[in-house]
Design a protein around this ligand. Structure first.
Ligand code: DCM
Length: 130
């Protein structure tokens, strides 16, 4: 059985990327990630992505291209990430400590979780048309 976590690389009209600061567990708290979470049994990945963005940020997103494939996480989980844009609402940190919109020159200004860091590079490449 796949143990899948989905994440949203949410980009705004100005090309800024939304980063979210984890509140828990203690060993990950303070680190920055793509918002998202675990896919429920029987749930479609993209449905989970939309649900998680509603729960965590209070926004409706539309998912675009996937960023890479299965990115490894701890405990046999994989992370799947999609480019996404907000179609309704303003993001709020409902479950995170903080949110930041990172301009292109600020992409590495936050301490990304180790699992998410290579994905930030991939997002950058994809936005640059690579
Ligand atoms: N995780 C991660 N990066 C993300 C989302 C999740 O590294 N963008 C990791 C943190 C947890 C696990 O996946 O170890 C499960 O995440 P959650 O607790 O958000 O379901």
């Amino acid at each position: 059985m796949d143990k899948v976590v989905v994440g949203a690389a949410i980009v705004d009209g100005g090309g800024r990327l939304l980063a979210a600061q984890r509140a828990d567990p203690p060993e990950l708290a303070g680190g920055w990630e793509f918002p998202g979470g675990k896919v429920d049994p029987g749930e479609d990945d993209r449905t989970a992505l939309i649900r998680e963005c509603q729960e965590e940020l209070g926004v409706m997103v539309e998912a675009g291209e996937q960023v890479g494939g299965d990115w490894p996480l701890a405990d046999g989980y994989v992370l799947r990430v999609w480019l996404a844009e907000i179609v309704e609402g303003e993001p709020e940190a409902k479950e995170h400590l903080d949110l930041r919109w990172l301009a292109r020159h600020e992409l590495y200004d936050v301490p990304w979780l180790p699992a998410d860091l290579p994905i930030v590079r991939a997002v950058q490449g994809q936005l640059d048309g690579g």
